[in-house]
Design a protein around this ligand. Structure first.
Ligand code: KIV
Ligand code: NA
Length: 275
């Protein structure tokens, strides 16, 4: 199969073809999404919330991302696998940032890494790209800044915020990022940024004009009920399907209609009689 690469991202933007991205955290889901034709799989630090049950993404570690990245990489034939750099893994020094990004590639088998932030992290983005590691940036609502932002809120509604996001996007492009995730920014600001940039934008809660879209898989399959952001569309209600199947299983095993004959191994009666 022809792999979806960083070059494919830029090619897609040039041709006006939309880029699809979903999160994945495990082998079997990655395989399903890859078979369905997804362009890229993000091992997001959202795994802290949807898979590990934390209240935010701040407790996720580089080792957590590597562990899940390896599983996703084994399930992805065509899709590009992106490892999310967790909180504090690219904030302390340029050296630590390159080392941690390198671990996601070398140990996690990711093809690229994603970092949150703009101007503040430009030196890290440049150094990681110099180490030959493709970088996706992430602007707007950056969940690792939740304590500074005072919650998960739309970003870029004021002139000052909007100007900063535009400036950051251009700086990140110049620093060598090959794409930028725009999270929770007004649709027309995302459109303006998308038109200004040569590299593609991937939106989440950023409207239809981005060059691609990303969603958290558990959200879009209706498997995560702790809360539902405004920008999520549930393409299936798997939560209900899973619970109904579970109820049926409990009922049938209690009624001894499961396991049935076809699920059972037989034994030679003569041998049985000798025991
Ligand atoms: O961690 C994540 O899932 C993300 C996406 C929402 C972009 O960063
Ligand atoms: Na993330």
């Amino acid at each position: 199969v022809k792999k979806f690469t960083t070059a494919s991202f830029l090619e897609a933007k040039k041709k006006g073809e939309k880029i699809s991205m979903l999160t994945a955290y495990d082998y079997s889901t990655a395989k399903l999404l890859d078979d369905a034709g997804i362009d890229s799989l993000l091992v997001g630090d959202s795994l802290g919330m949807v898979m590990l049950g934390y209240a935010n993404t701040l407790q996720v570690t580089v080792d957590d991302i590597i562990h899940h990245c390896k599983a996703v990489a084994r399930g992805a034939q065509r899709a590009m696998v992106i490892g999310d750099m967790p909180f504090l893994s690219y904030h302390i020094s340029v050296e630590e940032s390159v080392r941690n990004a390198g671990r996601l590639i070398q140990e996690g088998n990711a093809h690229a890494v994603k970092l949150e932030g703009g101007e503040e992290i430009i030196d890290k983005v440049k150094a990681i790209v110099r180490a030959q590691i493709p970088v996706i940036a992430h602007l707007g609502l950056t969940p690792q800044s939740v304590n500074l932002l005072g919650g998960f809120k739309v970003q870029g509604k004021s002139e000052e915020q909007a100007r900063k996001i535009i400036r950051d996007a251009l700086l990140l492009q110049e620093a060598g990022a090959f794409a930028i995730v725009l999270e929770c920014v007004p649709e027309l600001l995302a459109k303006m940024i998308t038109e200004k940039l040569d590299i593609p934008t991937i939106g989440i809660g950023a409207g239809k004009y981005c060059d691609g879209q990303v969603l958290v898989t558990q959200d879009m399959f209706g498997m995560f009920s702790d809360f539902k952001p405004k920008f999520v569309k549930q393409y299936a209600q798997l939560g209900g399907i899973i619970q109904e199947a579970c109820r049926q299983y409990i009922e049938e095993m209690k009624a001894m209609t499961f396991p049935a004959k076809e699920h059972t191994f037989a034994m030679d009666e003569e041998i049985l009689a000798k025991l």
